[in-house]
Design a binder for this molecule. Structure first.
Ligand code: SAM
Length: 255
């Protein structure tokens, strides 16, 4: 084992501290996601035990996206039965696991991500589907006109950035949402085990030391951001995406 991996695995035990500071800005987040994307992208996205070291089968991996979007759209239909199916946005698209699934239901899907490496692979994997577009973002402003999308979706993304980065995106979801559309996004609110709600979790990605940071965003602040942007929370439901140590919600928002 290399020294870096040894320290990563044992740092907390040896020092009582987390091995890395949390990222304060988007540049730091980007380079961390690029690194994970290079070494073990599927596991970085769906961190399921037994799937590390590139053990995800691609078809099975994309199958999880189809199942998730099927369930999300069934829930959406219960809230907004007449949702238009013109354009969908997948915020933090990674490899396009969810963008591809959305592509079966919407005329056009835009997947946006901060990581060039994730986007490069998403474009390769999605190449046969001409109605999928993968777009790089480098700020908390989304590069779309107001009221562009009938459906905005995000899961497993806002949990990986600090609240002062996450809330501007929540306001952006409302800005780019068409009237009568639905934004469905997941965000943890707090850690149920620790007092603090921001932690960095050491991981190995195919033998490369990296870490994933996790952040809770208080529900009241998320709902206030929606209201500030002119949105209306239709429903909030509990969700287990972030694991048992986190209280997490899926917010359904319209305008
Ligand atoms: C755990 S993966 C989830 C990918 C996808 N949502 C899925 O479930 O298949 C998180 C993704 O969010 C992206 N991401 C992280 N911070 C971001 C930001 N500020 N803006 C856009 N994408 C971001 C990462 O590059 C990564 O691809």
């Amino acid at each position: 084992m290399g020294l870096k991996l040894f320290l990563l695995r044992n740092w907390r035990r040896l020092t009582g501290r987390t091995p890395y500071p949390l990222h304060e800005d988007l540049d730091g987040l980007k380079s961390n996601w690029d690194k994970m994307g290079r070494h073990d992208p599927c596991y970085a996205i769906c961190t399921q035990p037994g799937k590390e070291n590139r053990q995800w089968d691609r078809e099975e991996f994309f199958g999880t996206g189809r199942k998730e979007i099927g369930e999300a759209l069934a829930y959406t239909a219960s809230l907004v039965p007449d949702l238009k199916k013109r354009r969908a946005l997948d915020f933090g698209c990674g490899l396009g696991r969810l963008s591809q699934a959305l592509g079966a239901h919407f005329a056009r899907v835009d997947g946006v991500d901060i990581s060039d490496e994730m986007l490069r692979q998403a474009r390769d994997l999605g190449a046969p589907h001409k109605h999928l577009h993968f777009v790089k973002i480098g700020s908390t402003r989304l590069p779309f006109e107001p009221q562009t999308f009938d459906f905005v979706y995000s899961r497993l993304v806002l949990q990986h950035m600090k609240t002062d980065l996450a809330l501007p995106y929540v306001r952006e979801f409302v800005r780019v949402l068409a009237p009568g559309g639905l934004a469905l996004f997941q965000a943890p609110s707090r850690n149920l085990v620790l007092e603090r709600s921001s932690i960095s979790c050491p991981h190995e990605f195919a033998g490369h030391a990296a870490f994933m940071e996790m952040h809770g965003h208080p529900r009241g602040q998320v709902e206030a951001a929606v209201a500030e942007a002119g949105g209306r929370v239709l429903a909030v439901r509990a969700d287990d995406s972030a694991g048992p140590a986190w209280e997490s919600f899926v917010y359904a928002v319209t305008r």
